[in-house]
Design a protein around this ligand. Structure first.
Ligand code: GLA
Length: 366
């Protein structure tokens, strides 16, 4: 499992909608200098993935000053928000939603069905045996309906299905437990149930390695298939976990124009630029994985890669409806532990002291 953080477990009160919660406070934060969101106000919202904890530290000021959209990094994932059949843990998700509302920010929901960070109970019956398709789909329906209804009117877009496509050349769907038990049906049902729970929410299919032509083709085939069946899919989320060595400008433009053939809106949903060449599999630390990672040369390469990406993003601003960074600053990134556990990465626009890096200026001066 990737970076997961469990908070308090609060017993389910399914009928309470988040928006009705009494503790939402109103306040306004005035920032003196323009942030990313201001430079990009005529282009697209600029979002960031956060934890409830980060929003209670000095990072909160940076978040409010720079971004106008939030995504809970982990708080709405099934394993965190629904750890046991009869228990929902709303604490962190609610606090992030309250922060977004208080500060007039958009909120993306992430994610309703995923093979990772799914709770074990959902696949098992009382005798620890694997459940049937009927039961699993019923549980998924209950989960999606409860979570989407709670954040109705505050979450404007959901990553409904995450990473259901396989990276293997010989495989279309990822061979997850969801797929093994339900076949592909769970994907369409997830979109339908999310739409029933909140007909206003924009529903996204979200995946990584989208710059790879084979994977991209499969993602496009998936969403086209869903749309042609009348399934409510409104957008494709390109995770954009990229690196100093990829993508090239041509590869990125080709990626975007290929996805545009679907006629759907696109969002960059989990943007970061690792200072290490891209690897997609977890591996052990090796001697060459030097501790002094953020050299001047890497800083420059990263700056150029950030500039390249934003140049292309701006070019496609009429089709891109959001760019979200995956984490706030180099103080913490999921890449500190992936693909090499304990190898520090520096993949964002703000340094550990929360100051803008040189790459920040490359992104906002255009
Ligand atoms: C995937 C998921 C995210 C997150 C990242 C790593 O991209 O969609 O939720 O877990 O991996 O943080």
């Amino acid at each position: 499992m990737k970076n997961i953080r469990y908070g308090f477990i609060v017993l389910i009160v399914a009928s309470v909608n988040f928006c009705g919660a009494a503790y939402i406070q109103k306040s306004s934060v005035v920032t003196a200098t323009p942030g990313l969101k201001d430079y990009y106000k005529d282009y697209f919202p600029i979002g960031v993935a956060v934890s409830g904890r980060a929003l209670r530290t000095d990072e909160a000021g940076l978040v409010v000053g720079q971004f106008n959209s939030l995504t809970p990094e982990n708080a709405m994932k099934m394993g965190v928000i629904h750890p046991e059949e009869q228990q929902y843990n709303w604490r962190d998700a609610d606090s992030i939603a309250a922060f977004a509302r208080r500060n007039g920010m958009k909120l993306r929901g992430h994610t309703l069905v995923w093979h990772n960070q799914a709770p074990k109970w959902i696949f098992k019956d009382a005798n620890d045996q694997q459940v049937t398709k009927e039961i699993l789909l019923q549980r998924l329906k209950e989960h999606i309906t409860t979570v989407v209804k709670r954040y109705k009117g505050i979450v404007y877009a959901w990553d409904v299905a995450n990473e259901v496509i396989s990276d293997r050349k010989d495989e279309f769907y990822r061979n997850s437990l969801w797929y093994q038990i339900c076949g592909e049906e769970y994907i369409e049902k997830a979109f339908q149930w999310a739409h029933e729970a909140d007909p206003e929410a924009l529903l996204f299919y979200n995946d990584y390695n989208e710059i790879n032509p084979d994977k991209r083709k499969k993602i496009i085939q998936l969403v086209n298939g869903l749309v042609s069946k009348g399934i409510p899919v409104h957008g494709v989320g390109l995770q954009a976990h990229w690196a100093i060595n990829e993508p090239s400008a041509a590869q990125l433009e080709k990626t975007i124009t290929d996805f545009l053939t679907t006629g759907l809106k696109l969002q960059i949903t989990e943007f970061d630029i690792s200072v290490y060449p891209k690897e997609h599999e977890m591996r052990a630390r090796q001697l060459e994985d030097s501790a002094v990672a953020f050299t001047a040369a890497k800083e420059q390469q990263q700056l150029e890669q950030f500039r390249l990406c934003f140049d292309v993003f701006r070019k496609y601003r009429h089709s891109l409806t959001g760019v979200t960074f995956w984490n706030i600053s180099d103080r913490y990134s999921w890449l500190d532990n992936f693909p090499v556990r304990g190898r520090k990465d520096y993949p964002l626009l703000f340094d550990k002291e929360l100051q803008p890096k040189k790459a920040f200026w490359a992104v906002v001066k255009f």
